[in-house]
Every structure is written in C-alpha cells, then in structure tokens.
Design a protein around this ligand. Structure first.
Ligand code: ADP
Length: 414
C-alpha cells in the first residue's frame, strides 16, 4: 500500500510517500518512495520534490493555497518525470495520513477521518488556532483531490493523553479546567512514541518495561517521561510554548512577565505571545540565529559571548528537566536523544549530560562524537547507571504505519 503522509502548516507543506502495509510493518520493510516540501504557500513558493534514489526537483513557483500545494505534490508524484515506478496514476496512492497538531482530550490515538472526526478536530481549533486550521485545510484538499480514499489523523498530543491528573493540571482555579479545558496536553507525541518504540525494539523489551526519558531537540524542543511504556509527564503544555528553551520559543517563564513586557514595551498580550514564540529562545538570547549549528559555529569559531550563553541556557534547562523527570519517575533506565540537535550535536549532548554524573548519567566521549547523521545506538559509558541513546526520529513512518493499521483493522475480516 502506498501512503501519502502530509504535514500541513500555515504556510508550508511537508510530505512523504511511504510504501507500507501490515506485512511490511511486521518485517520492518517499509520503504520511503518520495519526500519533500513546499514553503511560502500563499507567496513566492519554494518547491522541493525528491524521489528517493531517483530524481530531485527544486523550483520557485507561486503556490496559491494548501490545495494547490497538495495538487503540485500529487501531480509530480504521478508524473513520469518523478520516476517513481510504483505510482502510475493517482489510483496508486491508497491512503493519506495527516499529522494533526491538537487532538485535545478527545483523541487518545490515531483515527480514520470521518465527518465526526473532522468536527472533533475543528472543536480543538480553540486550543491550536494556528495549527489545526492548516491541518483541516490539508484534509479537505486531499478529499477534493482523491475523493473517498481512506484518510487518517495522527495527533501530536495523543501519546501524552496518559499523563495523570497531577501532571496535566496547572495550579489554577479548577473551574478554568472545567470550563476551558486549560491543562497540559504536550506535543511531539509521535516523535516521543516512535523513539520509545525503537528503544524497546533494540532491547527486545515488552512495552510495559520501557522506562525512559526522551528528549526531542529540534527547532521545537520537548522532553517526555515514559514509564511502563506510557507518557507520564512532558514539558510542553497547553501550547508548545512551555518547557525547554527552543529555537525561537522561550519555554518556561514567570507568567507575570507577560504583563510586565506588555506595559514596559507597549505591546498587546497577543504581541507579547508572538514575541515569546518567535523572537525568544536561542534567537532571543544570542541576537543572532535560532539555528543551533550556526550558533555552535559562532560560539566556537568566533567566540561570540551571547551565542555561548544561549547554548549554556539551552543545555542547563534540559539538564534540570532530566533531573526532575528522574524524580517524577522514581528512576529510569535510559535517556534518549532525538531531533535535529539531539541526533547530530555531540557537543550539546555532552553539555547536557556533564552535570548529571551524580544521577548516573555519563557519556562515552568517543562514541558520543561518532553519532551524527542518522546513526542509532548507545553513547553512554558502560559503567554508568543510566544508559544514553541516540535514536533518530521518524514521525512520518509512524503516521504511515498508523494509517496502514487503521485501514487493516477497518476491513471486515474473512
Ligand atoms: P524541526 O524541529 O523543524 O523538525 P529539526 O529536528 O530538523 O527541526 O532540527 C533543526 C535543528 O537541528 C536546527 O537548530 C539545526 O541547527 C540543528 N542541527 C542539525 N544538524 C546539526 C548539527 N550537526 N549540529 C548542531 N545542530 C544541528
């Protein structure tokens, strides 16, 4: 079965085309056929289309809206120029899997999209006003283009729906939770779930024996405490703003700062929220960039003080979270690094781990240096109490697999 995985943002579309089905999943024989993205939808349009191992195409072409973006991708996939042998026409794409950001309390797992599900995703718009509308546009565009083929929704929040009340409730008047569902939801769930699944596959453990702390460090960053295979705490909250320091997001701060900035700088609450989401984090502290690779170069090669400071604050916050999750879990067996920074930067992993030796976390310096560019395995010292792993994430694969499984389950047996 060929499954098109779509991740529709407000001005971008990322896609992967993955061949998978229940048999391929069982044998770990899924195959990515194509991937790419369209950026600046609604404007100039930067189109990147790659047929794995075959062709690649990059162009600047105006793309009007999400539907045109999906059409551009699909037309190319089905065209001869893409060189994808498995796809001769639209009919060779059998299902669509969508990344949906917010599933609220309603969606605890992936689902096939029906009218009722679509209404449920709409109901969550209040909780994710920037993201869910873009996801809905993607679903409607795919429906127009493909007609009635199965579509599945895989939610960023779903994996964290196992958080207990004590972890998801804020210490606010309880009626605010009752009235507005203000609580911690957590995001990056598909990524945390994928690396926890890889961890137990590598160690050949049953799900219930997975006790790990997973760190997703990319542009957005979050950390999850996974006990008995379930997420029991995570750093992002009602929105992705809370928790770790990120590329452009502040992460945790004193809530009173919002009013303070608002009055000192003459900004509205919305403007302050935008500042916290888009001008803070690594970019805000360094005044240079939100890109960790560039920041490391500035700190190491040019000796830039604020670049170094941004890196220090980023790592210090991550170390503190690991310490607090070890308390929340009453101990763990391993910590797992993933995401662009977690998978590639030995220096950041070293800086995060070096103040955790008292807790039993210690890296093998040489191994750590050698893990970059998609390598999976252990980087911790043999004698350390906690193991440390690097496990590259693959959210798209999990979305494709969930879609294939849902279709498999929905077919009448016999
Ligand atoms: P997203 O969250 O958008 O999916 P990624 O997971 O790709 O992003 O992570 C992007 C981040 O990873 C950027 O800050 C980038 O600089 C960083 N990164 C990628 N490669 C390296 C590297 N070799 N060293 C340090 N940081 C890296």
């Amino acid at each position: 079965m060929n499954i098109l995985v779509l991740n529709c943002g407000s001005s971008s579309l990322k896609f992967q085309l993955i061949a998978t089905d229940l048999e391929r999943i069982a044998n770990n024989k899924d195959a990515r056929l194509a991937h790419g993205q369209i950026e600046r939808i609604g404007g100039a349009g930067i189109v990147t289309l790659i047929a794995d191992g075959k062709t690649s195409h990059r162009s600047a072409t105006p793309v009007r809206d999400t539907k045109s973006a999906v059409e551009t991708v699909v037309r190319w996939i089905a065209s001869e120029t893409s060189g994808i042998d498995e796809i001769k026409s639209l009919a060779d794409i059998h299902a669509i899997g969508h990344r949906v950001v917010h599933g609220g309390e309603r969606f605890r797992q992936s689902v096939l999209i029906t009218e009722e599900v679509l209404c449920g995703i709409e109901d969550c718009i209040e909780l994710a006003p920037l993201h869910n509308p873009a996801n809905i546009k993607g679903i409607l565009a795919a429906r127009e283009i493909f007609g009635g083929i199965p579509q599945a929704a895989v939610f960023d929040t779903a994996f964290h729906q196992t958080l207990p009340e004590k972890a998801y409730l804020y210490a606010l008047p309880y009626q605010l939770y009752r009235r507005h569902k203000i609580r911690r939801y957590g995001f990056h769930g598909t990524s945390h779930r994928y690396v926890a699944y890889r961890y137990r596959t590598i160690l050949n453990l049953p799900r219930e024996q997975v006790n790990v702390i997973t760190l997703h460090l990319g542009n957005g960053c979050s950390i999850a405490a996974i006990k008995g295979g379930n997420s029991i705490d995570t750093s992002m909250g009602l929105t992705p703003l809370e928790g770790l320091v990120m590329g452009t997001r502040s992460g945790d701060l004193d809530a009173a700062i919002i009013e303070f900035i608002s009055s000192k700088e003459g900004l509205t609450v919305q403007e302050v929220e935008t500042l916290l989401n888009t001008q803070s984090g690594l970019l805000g502290i360094s005044g240079l960039t939100n890109d960790m690779r560039e920041l490391l170069a500035e700190a190491n090669e040019s000796g830039d003080r604020r670049a170094r400071l941004a890196i220090e604050i980023f790592c210090y916050r991550a170390s503190k979270y690991i310490g607090s999750y070890l308390a929340a879990m009453n101990g763990a067996e391993a910590i797992v690094f993933t995401g662009g920074i977690g998978e590639n930067s030995a220096e950041i992993r070293r800086l995060i781990c070096e103040r955790l030796s008292w807790l039993g976390i210690e890296l093998d310096a040489q191994l750590n240096e050698s893990f970059t560019g998609g390598r999976e395995g252990v980087i911790g010292a043999d004698a350390a109490r906690l193991k440390v792993y690097v496990i590259p994430t693959n959210e798209e694969l999990l979305i494709a697999r969930d879609t294939a499984r849902l279709i498999g389950e929905s077919k009448p047996s016999g």
